[in-house]
Design a protein. Structure first.
Length: 276
């Protein structure tokens, strides 16, 4: 499962900057995480690294299996992020391809096996990997001792539904709260392109055209989102202006607002260890 996305960091291209990848991925990532929480927010989880499978199990015992890519770990002990391509656990190459592909772009933060841990670093690196690979859903799994393993997940059931005005408004309003976005216009344009939305300029504002209406994003003199207006269009009904809250100030967090982890204590696997 992938979404349309401009490729980053091929051999012929200059190595991307982390913030550029974060800006490109921020909104689409947030929408995918909302979708994940809607469907699996309370599920237990299990990861089988030898087969590259990640399983959600609902309270009723229903299982959903995804393909996983292992990105890396965030460990509070050594206070560091370790990329999966370092492979201290001797996992199969197939589950490391996303980490390797991110490394191959030349992204500076992806070429060092271990990085000093900050609160938002794992999520920013996951966003970079999403922009590079086109795999848009992540899961941050507790694996003991405060360490979290970060995965990208793919499955047919994780594909987004068709875009709608209410959902796009929510994504754009909340997305700035999940991670620091610097180039707001670039971030909105990247999201629109990935979702296949037609865009146009209206006196400096960016207009997104959707099947059920339109969303107009206004920017201030610094290029930051200053307001969002939406018009919903129903069949056999006139256009209706929606009241849209002003986007909040961006805050740096490890995870988007709705937690990607289940509320109940998840299953933990003994497959994981970390050296260093």
């Amino acid at each position: 499962m992938t979404e349309p996305q401009t490729a980053h960091g091929t051999a012929e291209q200059t190595a991307p900057a982390l913030q550029e990848l974060v800006d490109d991925a921020a909104f689409l990532s947030h929408e995918h995480q909302l979708h994940l929480v809607d469907h699996h927010g309370d599920d237990a989880w299990g990861a089988e690294m030898t087969t590259g499978s990640f399983t959600f199990t609902s309270a009723t015992g229903e299982e959903t299996t995804c393909r996983l890519q292992f990105l890396g770990t965030a460990a509070p002990g050594p206070e560091s992020w370790m990329w999966a391509w370092n492979n201290v656990n001797d996992f199969p190459d197939d589950v490391l391809r996303a980490a390797e592909k991110t490394r191959e772009t030349g992204l500076r933060e992806a070429t060092e096996a271990e990085l000093p841990l900050t609160d938002d670093l794992p999520y920013r690196l996951a966003l970079a990997a999403k922009a590079v690979t086109g795999s848009w859903t992540h899961y941050s799994a507790p694996v003991g001792g405060g360490t979290r393993a970060w995965f990208l997940l793919d499955a047919d059931g994780l594909a987004l539904p068709a875009p709608s005005v209410p959902r796009v408004v929510r994504v754009l309003s909340e997305g700035l709260l999940s991670v620091t976005v610097v180039d707001h216009r670039r971030a909105v344009a990247s999201y629109a392109a990935a979702r296949g939305l037609e865009t146009s300029d209206d006196d400096g504002a960016l207009v997104l055209t959707l099947p059920d209406g339109s969303v107009v994003v206004r920017f201030d003199e610094r290029g930051r989102i200053a307001g969002i207006a939406a018009t919903a269009r129903a069949v056999s009904a006139p256009d209706t202006e929606l009241e849209v809250p002003e986007p909040g100030e961006p805050a740096v967090t490890e995870e988007p607002g709705p937690a990607a982890e289940p509320a109940q204590e998840p299953r933990r696997r003994s497959w994981f260890r970390r050296r260093g």
